[in-house]
Design a protein around this ligand. Structure first.
Ligand SMILES: [Zn+2]
Length: 311
């Protein structure tokens, strides 16, 4: 039997359908997990024999993207194991390869999410887990220290009570530039977050100058980064860069997650072998091969992978 990844690749290659959309058994929305009799879980109270997953689109798109990224880059599974744990990465790939979609979602929920991040209640004999919410809370924030960055700052005023400061961030939140410049706004916003700078000290009563060092990744440049784009308006996203310079490393655009406000629903786009695909686990036609890169009008995040070093 072909793995899910092989199946998707074959679909792209053999897709003669004029509207270029196809259904493949990729991660569907929701999920039902039946607990087989005899398992330890059955004996726990309250008793339930089934787990029902709802509103899983807050993790589905990212799980698909993570799967594609791990398959397309041979060194990434080993590298990501350092952050997410080797057992997690191995089991994640096995479950996705073999179409165990509800189990892979439960792996994410139980291994990576905290209990307060989702609602769960027992209905009759079934445990219902509801992931309604924000995908950055449900996914991006649970990538351990993968994207952790640090920036130090130092005030020129020797009597400043907070002379030395450290700013540690676990995710990458960029804001659109204040003025309306043109060109590559996203690269500018990333530079703004990472570059060294001198600003007036914000400590009350201090008139010193605060010097910020370059922001650096705490554990070295990660294999991939998720840029949180929630603060950006569609008109600020007219240009999405394919190449991004991030903390002295080159990154390439791999995919994006999209948010439909009316339906409060997330979907994703990613590329395989240079083809852009839109994925939506809630639709019957869950994969659509795009003629051109998607226009990122309802962007929730951009996902970039680290480019191979030039040798
Ligand atoms: Zn100061």
């Amino acid at each position: 039997m072909k793995t899910l990844f092989e199946e998707i690749k074959a679909s792209i290659k053999n897709n003669y359908d004029p509207d270029r959309s196809f259904w493949r058994p990729v991660l569907p929305w929701g999920g039902v997990f039946t607990i087989k009799a005899g398992r330890k879980a059955v004996s726990c109270t309250p008793l339930y024999v089934e787990i029902n997953l709802k509103n899983t689109c807050t993790i589905d798109g990212f799980l698909m993207l993570l799967y594609v990224i791990l398959h397309e880059n041979e060194h990434f599974p080993k590298e990501l194991s350092l952050h997410l744990g080797r057992e997690f990465v191995d089991y994640f790939l096995y479950l996705m390869d073999s179409y165990n979609f509800t189990t892979v979602k439960l792996l994410w929920i139980w291994d990576k999410m905290e209990k307060r991040q989702y609602k769960s209640e027992v209905h009759k004999a079934s445990l219902e887990i509801d992931l309604f919410g924000n995908e950055h809370d449900n996914f991006t924030k649970n990538l351990e220290s993968l994207m952790s960055t640090i920036q130090e700052s130092y005030c020129s005023n020797s009597s400043c009570p907070t002379r030395m400061q450290e700013d540690l961030q676990r995710t990458i939140n960029i804001n659109p530039p204040q003025e309306i410049p043109h060109g590559d706004l996203i690269q500018r916003a990333v530079d703004e977050l990472f570059c060294s700078k001198i600003e007036l000290c914000e400590q009350y009563g201090c008139d010193g100058l605060r010097e910020f060092t370059q922001r650096v990744f705490y554990h070295g440049a990660p294999p991939f980064v998720v840029l949180n784009m929630q603060q950006w308006k569609p008109e600020e996203l007219a240009y999405v860069p394919y190449h991004l310079d991030l903390s002295d490393h080159k990154y390439l655009l791999e995919g994006a997650t999209l948010f439909n406000k009316e339906e409060h629903h997330y979907s994703a786009a990613f590329q395989i072998d240079g083809y852009w695909i839109h994925y939506d686990g809630l639709r019957n036609v869950n994969l659509i091969l795009l003629n051109k890169p998607p226009e990122f009008l309802l962007l929730s995040s951009l996902v970039y992978i680290r480019a191979a070093e030039n040798k």
